[in-house]
Design a protein around this ligand. Sequence first.
Ligand SMILES: [Zn+2]
Length: 334
Amino acid sequence: MVDATPPARVATPCLPLRGLGISLPRRWAESVVTTVTLAAHSLHCCDAAEGEWRLIAQSRAQPWIARDEPPAYTIVNPDGRGRAILTCDHASPVIPRRLGTLGLEAEDRLRHIAWDIGAADVARRLALALDSPLMLAGYSRLVVDCNRSLQMDDAFAMRSEDTEIPGNVGIDTREREERANAFYWPYHDALDRLVRARAGFVPVVICIHSFTPVYRGVSRPWHVGVNYRLDRRLAVLALAGLRADPRLAVVENEPYSVSFDGDYTLPVHAERRGLPHVLFEIRQDLIGTAAGVEAWSERLAALLGPALAHPSLARPGNPAPDVREPRYENGEMP
Ligand SMILES: [Zn+2]
């Protein structure tokens, strides 16, 4: 349990933070007289100017996911018999108590750097409309990014947009493995099982993401991006459906293009098997309200319903030749 009452102030010089896999926020370390105490399993830090104690981290003795914290993943509508399997890798901004705040202010922990605002709400409604299962990741991408290969540096981002993530600076191999085992692999292993369980028809993988309207000071005018790489089959149908509405600014492979370096879910679970797929990126300000969520989930359901029955999606396509994931290549879980 997190200590409810911060310990008494003790005038202690700076502390061995790295042993906890955490770094002190730079501005505190440089400009604020900081008093720290280590008590039991929790590390508190006091901003002397504000007199405010904060929980920064908990020790390795704490579980990665406590009993009262969310699971690593949730499957919505697991028994849905529709053709789609939906995924939302960046569904949640939650950071496990063991990691404290990751050194971030509360407002930063709710910004787009931590999650895809609105995406999970759209995906939930879409899953029900398509009678299809949906995988929701349970924790923030700042803990570990479920849409990155673990080989990539930004799987544990030390900086996102222009914000440093102090709790990810200097983490060692052991902590990376522990975070992956607690949050990343449970999500992907369950998704792998879900795909393999769709016996009798070719499932279609639909990834739901959202993007910030302004990135590094540059406005993004598009309403929705339709993203794909080698297999265009479903993307072509989605683009035609969205472009039938002249009010929408629809773009291909923006604000990000799909790659095996920059993505994991779509390449590994869909491209590697030759399954039809598409990745939607919806602008966050359009789905930041209940009305926006309803409008976009209904829009996507209206175009995907007929599209999923299109004959071009009846069979698997060619597996992507460049996507390798030894963990799943034998068809059985490790
Ligand atoms: Zn995303």
